[in-house]
Design a binder for this molecule. Structure first.
Ligand code: AGP
Length: 612
């Protein structure tokens, strides 16, 4: 996720900006840059790679000045290059032209193509939406920087956390927020701006959080915040009592919990600009296939490991139901050593959060070698799998730092559901079904929040299960992969033995495991398999198992077959994993915390398994 730092005050800006970028490194990035204004001239340096490489590039070059902006970029629009790195600079260097305007930006400008066409200046340095925005602001500048920014933002669709600096205004920074956080730190006539409080904590704990639609004009002598209609907005100053480590987790105790709570926001990033409600389909360019080529696909293979594979298993139900496409899901580590039957009509999706998993990378190469069409579903921009599959789709989950994958999983499912719909709408899926599914997707973030609000009660439930040594998770249909994912979450951070099972498989063997010492977590949505799942629950309760039931809100019957129950909002069957997995993430998390585990860095595991 990108990071922003801005400073205006009586100190030299450069060291404050560079240290601020280092404090934001935990957010993940692939390039960095800094711009400082002094004596009517903006000096800027940018570098691909780490902040230390940027600092090395600046070296002993002079960058005097007590006002500046800086940025760490997590590539979204445009590759990982110096020219795409921020800060962007537009306009002519003084004294020619209107001076130079510089911008750093987090977020996605959805209508950047529309704006780009209308710009007078058609010379572009980068491939980014941010440069378009910078030029859009520059063309509206007539001496009043705050007004130019406000007017420009009225034309923008998308999200932004933005800081603007202009060579004509050595005592002013403009900051604006819509959907991407920005915080202003205040200290004796000095002002710090950043994506979160971390960079400002060494200097001040007095902060003001910008809200969506607000524009802050920060001058050496004061701070003025307005809305886009230029109406003054009064804002409280908050005293932050976090240390730096806690700040990086936005106040959460662990990255894993922060990332679980990130899911509604990053889910919106995964679907933003990818829904075509009028046609009831998805708009995913990553396939690089024409509708005719898509119709020639005869089968799909999904290869991945761990949580990514569980997302693939959910997608299997969607591809088969919506697109009537036979879909096989396999472990990467198995696929690459068997004799898979693939040909030019086989579409292989390779799913990976890190984009560096060795088994998945080698399996992708094997599939390509055998002539399949291979596409990546990846989180980390520019990662090896993303580059080698040449085409595919980024899931836009932002950096996932906890070893246990959570927000990447729900975003993988989001993207895969959109692909299944895109294929389905070329075949038998009706417009009405497509529109109903898209509407249901749009409702997911709010429904995720309904589940997340139960965090405290789920913590209490987890406390009742943490002392067992074995836990079974059972689900059916599209929620069988949810049982697998719930078991994986539990085992990898609590170190307890957990197993995910298809509900119907119990009586074929695993039922022998069940006793009063082995509790069962059952996923029981009110869908077509409801009665079947109730039978599975009855089987385990008859053997004395304690049962935690994850049920659909309003299902009072479920209480009769549950020792503990967690309710989840209703949604379309294919979307159920997006909601029913969240209680299991929180359940595992709170058990692990209660057991004193190293939740973000569990023993024996790595975030990215780059070895076989
Ligand atoms: C999931 O919580 C684990 N961290 C692990 O199973 C992970 O999903 C797997 O290693 C695949 O990683 P990838 O998505 O980066 O390829």
């Amino acid at each position: 996720m990108c990071g922003i730092v801005g400073y205006i005050g009586n100190k030299q800006a450069l060291p404050i900006l560079l240290q601020g970028l280092r404090d934001l490194e935990y957010r993940g990035y692939d390039s960095a840059g800094v711009a400082v204004l002094d004596n009517g001239k903006i000096t800027r340096y940018r570098e691909v790679g780490k902040v230390d490489m940027l600092a090395k590039k600046i070296g002993t070059k002079s960058m005097p000045g007590n006002i500046g902006i800086a940025h760490t970029r997590w590539a979204t629009h445009g590759g990982v290059t110096e020219f795409n790195a921020h800060p962007h600079l537009v306009g002519q260097n003084p004294p020619v032209g209107k001076g130079v305007l510089s911008v750093v930006h987090n977020g996605i400008i959805e209508n950047y193509r529309e704006l780009k066409k209308k710009l007078k200046d058609q010379n572009f340095e980068s491939e980014t939406d941010t440069e378009i925005l910078a030029k859009w602001i520059y063309e509206r500048y007539d001496g009043n920087l705050a007004k130019a920014v406000r007017e420009a933002l009225l034309d923008v669709r998308g999200t932004y956390g933005l800081v603007v600096m202009h060579a004509d205004h050595p005592h002013q920074l403009i900051a604006a927020r819509l959907g991407s956080p920005l915080v202003i730190g205040i200290s004796d006539g000095e002002y710090y701006i950043a994506s979160d409080v971390t960079p400002m904590l060494p200097y001040t704990k007095q902060v003001t959080f910008l809200d969506d639609g607000e524009v802050a004009s920060i001058n050496g002598d004061g701070l003025k915040i307005v809305n886009l209609r230029d109406e003054i907005v009064s804002k409280p100053v908050t005293q932050i009592d976090w240390d730096q480590e806690r700040a990086q987790k936005a106040g959460f105790e662990h990255f894993m919990l922060k990332e679980i709570f990130d899911q509604p926001t990053v889910f919106e990033d995964a679907v933003r600009g990818r829904l075509n409600m009028a046609e009831g389909t998805a708009v995913l360019g990553g396939l690089n296939m024409s509708p005719e080529q898509m119709r020639e696909v005869k089968r799909i293979i999904i290869i991945a490991e761990g949580t990514a594979r569980h997302a693939g298993l959910v997608a299997k139900y969607a591809f088969e139901r919506l697109a009537n496409l036979p879909t096989e899901v396999d472990f990467s580590s198995e696929f690459r050593y068997r004799d898979p039957i693939v040909d030019k009509h086989t579409l292989v999706f390779v799913i990976s959060q890190s984009g560096e998993t060795a088994d998945t990378l080698m399996a992708a190469r094997e599939a390509k070698r055998k002539g399949a069409v291979v596409r990546g579903i990846v989180n980390v921009i520019g990662s090896t799998i993303a580059r080698e599959t040449k085409a595919g789709t980024y899931i836009h989950a932002g950096p996932e730092l906890a070893v246990a994958s959570t927000k990447a999983y729900t975003n993988m499912i989001a993207v895969l559901l959109l692909y299944a719909l895109q294929f389905g709408r070329l075949k038998h899926t009706s417009l009405a079904t497509g529109q109903r599914l898209l509407q249901a997707l749009l409702e997911i973030p709010e429904k995720m929040n309904v589940v997340l609000k139960q965090n405290d009660s789920i913590k209490k439930v987890a406390g009742r299960y943490k002392d067992y040594h074995d836990i079974l998770f059972i689900g059916r249909g599209v929620n069988y992969p949810v049982a697998l994912e719930g078991a994986l979450k539990s085992e990898e951070i609590t170190y307890l033995h957990a197993e995910g099972l298809a509900g119907g498989s119990l009586k074929h063997g695993p039922l022998a495991l069940v006793s009063k010492d082995v509790p069962v977590v059952a996923i029981l949505p009110k869908d077509q398999l409801y009665e079947k799942m109730k039978s599975s629950i009855a089987e385990v309760r008859a053997r004395g198992a304690r049962t935690l039931v994850i049920a659909t809100a309003g299902d009072d019957e479920a209480k009769e077959i549950a020792d503990d129950i967690i309710y989840v909002p209703d949604t379309m069957e294919l979307l159920e994993p997006l909601l029913y997995t969240i209680p299991l993430q929180l359940f595992a998390y709170h058990m692990a915390v209660a057991l004193g585990r190293d939740v973000d860095r569990p023993r024996n595991l790595a975030k990215s398994v780059t070895v076989e």
